[in-house]
Design a binder for this molecule. Structure first.
Ligand code: B12
Length: 264
């Protein structure tokens, strides 16, 4: 029986299902014997028992970083695992270009940016730029996509305005920094601004991505789709074709014969 077929699983350290895990954290205390005791106390309260400090290192004055190794007694019930499964077909480049060309009969425009103070552009560039990621070319490589990459630290009003002038079918936003939940606040601000600026039938598809999003949180964040770690350009291109073309959710104003008008 493979791990995915098993219903109940436990972590693995030295021997199958021995329950061993490793965690790391920082405590605001100087690095000494007492701080190690504090780390063990925290780990025990987290359900790690017995807990061993396997690494302790002073991080500046008055702070210590710990790695703790130990046993948990919790079980994982695989039948209760809930994740955002891919609910659209993964298409090849040719199918993607053909679908856009035949059904949309014009290029599909995406406007991408890192918003707020976030300057981590590697992720959005991996999706948009020709060089791509993981052996896949980015959306710029697809003949039928028109890509406008605004880069880093774009303000929400500027993004909304540019999406309007470029007549974006989809807006792709990256958020990597999660300090003080910046990624959540910025995304909510962005989605609210698009809802305010566009009537529902003219609003571009809102897609957000980054390594620390919960892909199930679309409703809470007000976006159409969230992509997480390991996303490839083909995932995104397939999703856009599915949502804007195959599932026929293309707003009437996005069809070739009509023009975008100003928001009501
Ligand atoms: C490179 C890097 C930088 C570079 C960024 C250069 C650049 N042009 O992007 C520099 C040096 C500038 C930098 C600065 C900072 N950084 Co930095 N950085 C990193 C690092 C090492 C790698 C990030 C990266 O490029 N990953 C590779 C890409 C390909 O992965 P990705 O972003 O996850 O993207 C993939 C998916 O998430 C998804 N995706 C991402 N975006 C989107 C968008 C859409 C629409 C879609 C569909 C998919 C998608 O698809 C991508 C491809 O699979 C990470 C640590 C790490 N190992 O992750 C820290 C990290 C992100 N940085 C961090 C921090 C704290 C900072 C600074 C605040 C440090 C400081 N004190 O100055 C500053 C902030 C600057 C700012 N204003 O944003 C922290 C963030 C912690 C947190 N809780 O938020 C991290 C996690 C490091 C750490 N462990 O502390 N950083």
């Amino acid at each position: 029986m493979t791990a995915t077929e098993k219903k109940i699983v436990r972590p693995y350290g030295d021997m199958t299902s021995d329950g061993m895990v490793q965690v790391s954290f920082t405590l605001p205390v100087p690095c000494d014997k007492r701080s190690e005791g504090a780390a063990v106390q925290l780990a025990t309260k987290m359900g790690i028992d017995p807990a061993m400090v396997v690494h302790a290192k002073q991080m500046g004055e008055g702070y210590t970083f710990f790695v703790v190794y130990g046993r948990v007694h919790h079980l994982v019930d695989m039948s209760q695992v809930v994740v955002a499964e891919r609910d659209f077909p993964l298409l090849g480049a040719k199918e993607i270009n053909t679908a856009i060309k035949q059904r949309l009969r014009r290029k599909l425009t995406v406007v991408g940016a890192c918003i707020g103070t976030d300057a981590h552009t590697v992720g959005i560039d991996a999706i948009l730029n020709v060089k791509g990621i993981a052996g896949e070319k980015g959306l710029e490589y697809y003949r039928e996509f028109r890509v406008v990459n605004l880069g880093a630290q774009v303000s929400v009003p500027d993004l909304v305005e540019r999406a309007r002038t470029e007549r974006a079918d989809a807006v792709l936003v990256s958020q990597v920094v999660t300090q003080r939940d910046a990624h959540l606040h910025n995304t909510k601000e962005m989605s609210a601004a698009f809802r305010e600026a566009f009537p529902a039938e003219r609003r571009p598809l809102l897609v957000v991505g980054g390594p620390r999003f919960d892909e199930l949180a679309t409703g809470e964040l007000g976006v159409d789709r969230i992509f997480g770690r390991g996303t490839t350009p083909r995932d995104v291109a397939s999703y856009l074709v599915h949502s804007l073309i195959s599932a026929k959710q293309l707003p009437s104003t996005h069809l070739p014969s009509k023009r975008h008008g100003a928001a009501a």
